[in-house]
Design a protein around this ligand. Structure first.
Ligand SMILES: [Mg+2]
Length: 202
């Protein structure tokens, strides 16, 4: 079972990973966006880690809800509301249980991803974070490592796509040949989840 501490470690692992990869995310966003994805998410996840250290929410749902709120209030552009919605919806779906199982997490994460699709109007294949998140949620039933692989493959598979949503869509055909920064950061978030589970021997 996964408790609040597991979810706190997932978020702090994600914060460390975003911090490490911020340069790469910004480089990807400079090719097909406005070169701020790395610094935006870095600021957001730094705020998430600080808030979690200060408030120490005691259920998995409360951890993700607080993290989502932080992202919405600190990350500019579209990423803040999209990532914030992902975590808040997932947290809400987990309710106030002290511990949740992997199946519950998979179902809750699917609600979170549905919320992102609704908010952003993106579907799979539009070259967005959805292209990493949907395969990850689909694979989560087979375990955390499978979800990580699916998210990374999904992110890589955005390279030949033409963007149909978000700022990259303004580039039309020129968006082809670049990996999507949002799908890349989404894969980092799922990899952080898998790392946290592996550290626990899950
Ligand atoms: Mg940007």
């Amino acid at each position: 079972m996964l408790d609040a501490d597991f979810f706190r470690r997932w978020m702090t692992t994600a914060a460390a990973s975003v911090d490490r990869e911020a340069g790469r995310l910004t480089a990807l966003d400079s090719a097909i966006g406005d070169a701020d994805h790395g610094s935006n998410l870095q600021r957001g996840f730094t705020a998430v880690a600080a808030a979690l250290a200060k408030e120490a929410p005691d259920t998995p749902g409360a951890v993700l809800t607080l993290a989502g709120r932080q992202l919405i209030s600190t990350v500019g552009g579209a990423s803040g509301p999209l990532y914030g919605t992902l975590l808040r919806r997932t947290g809400k779906a987990l309710g106030d249980a002290a511990e949740v199982g992997e199946e519950q997490l998979a179902a809750a994460l699917r609600e979170g991803v549905d919320g992102v699709m609704k908010l952003g109007g993106a579907a799979p294949g539009d070259k967005t974070m959805i292209d990493a998140l949907v395969p990850a949620v689909d694979a989560l039933g087979s375990g955390f490592a499978a979800a990580r692989t699916a998210a990374e493959e999904g992110a890589r598979a955005t390279t030949p796509l033409q963007a149909r949503k978000g700022r990259a869509s303004y580039l039309g055909e020129r968006s082809v040949g670049h990996q999507d920064p949002g799908a890349t950061s989404s894969a980092l978030l799922i990899a952080a989840l898998a790392d946290t589970a592996e550290a626990d021997g899950e």
